[in-house]
Ligand binder design. Structure first.
Ligand code: FES
Ligand SMILES: [Fe+2]
Length: 407
C-alpha cells in the first residue's frame, strides 16, 4: 500500500478511507492530493470503460478518432477488414504520440517524429534505416481494449477490463427502443473544466443544484424537484408510454451496486414538465422520433455506463456526457448529440437549437464546479452532509472509495 503523505495530514489512504463518514462529501485530500490521483489512475481511471462515441463515426475503413484520458491517448480506427481497433497512441520507436489529429481518415498513421508508419491493424509497416535483424512485427502499436454496446464505442486502458456482458444484455431492450445502433452524431462539443475530475462527475450526479443554477433546464426537467413532487407527472408519462411505443424498465446496477467484475449500468425514465416533449427551448420537438417511437410521451431516459459516461435519451435525440480527468487539477466534459441516422441536418434538425439546452447548462455547470473547487481547496473546507437529492452522488463517491481500496 502506498502511504500518501500530506503536508499536515499524515494519514495513509487506508486511514483516510476508514475515516470517511457515510452520507458526507469526501475529504479534501481526495481532491487535492497528487498521490491519491496516482492511485486513482491505476485503480479507477485506467480500469474503467469510457465512452468514445458512436461506431457510425467510423463508418469507412480508415476512419479514426483519438480519445485522450488523463495521460493516455488511444487511436480508435475502422480497419481495412471492417473491425474497430484501438491502439495506444504511443510510437514503438521512442514513444512520440503518433496521431496528432482528433479525427480523420487514413490508411497509414505516420509518426511525426521519425516517420515510422503503422497500418489500421497497428502493424509497423515502415521504419527507415533500422539495423539488420530489426523485427518490424515485434513493434506493432500496443492494443487498447475497445468494445461496443449496441452502437456505442467504449475504450478501456486495461488489458483485463471489466465485463460489458451485463450491460449488453440488460440494456438491449431499452436501447432498442431508441434504436441506438442506428444513431448518428449530430454535434460534439467539449468543455475544459479547471477542477478535479471528481467534482465534475459529482455535479452531474445530482440535481439538488438545478433549481438554483439552471433556470433553462429547471423549466423542463422534473429531476429538479424531489420524488414526491414529481409523482403526478411521472404517472402521466407512464400512462402515455405504451401508446408512444415505449416501455418502462427500471435497471440499477451502478457504482457500488455493480455486479462483481462488471461495469456498472443503469436505466430509468423521468417525466418532463407539462408542455415539454423534449429538451428544447420551447418544449417542441427537435428532430424526428427515434427508432419505432410513434409519439412523444413527455419523458427522458437516463442511461449510465460505468463511472464516467452518462446519456440522456429524449424521444427525438440522445445526449451523451463523458467526463474525464486531464490531471488532478483539470478535467474535461465531452458532449455528443445523436439523432436517427436518416435525419437530415437543416431539414429535420437544427444543430444550434438541439445543442442549446445542454450547452447553456454545461457552461453554468462549469462555473459552479470551479467555484466548488475553489472552496474545496480552502483550509476551511470540511466534508458536508448530502441532501436526499444527492443519493446518486453519494453512491458514486462510495464507489470511488471502494475502488481506491481495491488492491
Ligand atoms: S518516435 Fe515515432 S518514429 Fe521516432
Ligand atoms: Fe448541472
Amino acid at each position: 500500500m502506498n502511504a500518501v503523505v500530506h503536508e499536515k495530514d499524515m494519514r495513509t489512504i487506508d486511514e483516510l478511507i476508514a475515516a470517511h463518514e457515510r452520507g458526507y462529501s469526501l475529504d479534501q485530500r481526495f481532491y487535492t492530493d497528487p498521490g491519491i490521483y496516482e492511485l486513482e489512475l491505476e485503480r479507477i481511471i485506467s480500469r474503467n470503460w469510457i465512452l468514445a462515441g458512436h461506431e457510425s463515426e467510423l463508418a469507412e475503413p480508415g476512419d479514426f478518432k483519438v480519445l485522450n484520458v488523463a495521460r493516455e491517448s488511444a487511436i480508435i480506427v475502422r480497419s481495412e477488414s471492417g473491425a474497430i481497433n484501438a491502439f495506444a497512441n504511443v510510437c514503438r520507436h521512442r514513444g512520440s504520440l503518433v496521431c496528432l489529429e482528433e479525427k480523420g481518415n487514413t490508411r497509414k498513421f505516420e509518426c511525426p517524429y521519425h516517420g515510422w508508419m503503422y497500418d489500421t491493424d497497428g502493424k509497423l509497416v515502415g521504419a527507415r534505416s533500422m539495423p539488420e535483424g530489426f523485427e518490424r512485427d515485434r513493434h506493432s502499436l500496443h492494443p487498447v481494449s475497445v468494445d461496443t454496446i449496441h452502437g456505442l464505442m467504449f475504450v478501456c486502458f486495461s488489458d483485463n477490463p471489466l465485463s460489458l456482458e451485463g450491460a449488453k444484455r440488460d440494456l438491449a431492450e431499452p436501447m432498442a427502443l431508441f434504436d441506438f445502433p442506428n444513431l448518428k452524431l449530430a454535434a460534439h462539443k467539449f468543455y475544459d473544466i479547471p477542477a478535479n475530475w471528481k467534482l465534475s462527475i459529482e455535479n452531474y450526479q445530482e440535481c439538488y443544484h438545478c433549481a438554483t443554477a439552471h433556470p433553462e433546464y429547471a423549466r423542463s426537467h422534473t429531476l429538479m424537484v424531489d420524488d414526491k413532487r414529481r409523482g403526478r407527472l411521472q404517472k402521466g408519462m407512464l400512462e402515455k408510454m405504451a401508446a408512444c411505443g415505449l416501455r418502462e424498465f427500471d435497471i440499477f446496477h451502478m457504482d457500488i451496486h455493480a455486479r462483481p467484475g462488471e461495469m456498472g449500468y443503469a436505466y430509468s425514465r423521468t417525466a418532463l414538465f407539462d408542455g415539454y416533449v423534449t429538451g428544447s427551448k420551447d418544449g417542441k420537438p427537435l428532430a424526428p422520433l427515434l427508432g419505432d417511437l410513434t409519439d412523444y410521451d413527455g419523458g427522458a431516459s437516463d442511461f449510465d455506463f460505468g463511472g464516467f459516461s452518462f446519456l440522456l435519451a429524449y424521444s427525438d435525440h440522445v445526449v451523451a456526457y463523458v467526463f474525464t480527468p486531464v490531471d488532478h487539477l483539470n478535467s474535461r466534459c465531452d458532449i455528443y448529440w445523436f439523432v436517427r441516422n436518416d435525419a437530415e441536418e437543416g431539414d429535420d434538425y437544427d444543430v444550434d437549437e438541439m445543442t442549446w439546452l445542454w450547452d447553456v447548462t454545461t457552461v453554468s455547470d462549469k462555473e459552479i464546479i470551479v467555484n466548488n473547487w475553489k472552496g474545496v481547496r480552502s483550509r476551511y473546507y470540511q466534508p458536508g452532509p448530502f441532501s436526499t437529492m444527492e443519493d446518486y452522488e453519494q453512491n458514486w463517491t462510495e464507489w470511488v472509495l471502494q475502488e481506491l481500496s481495491r488492491k
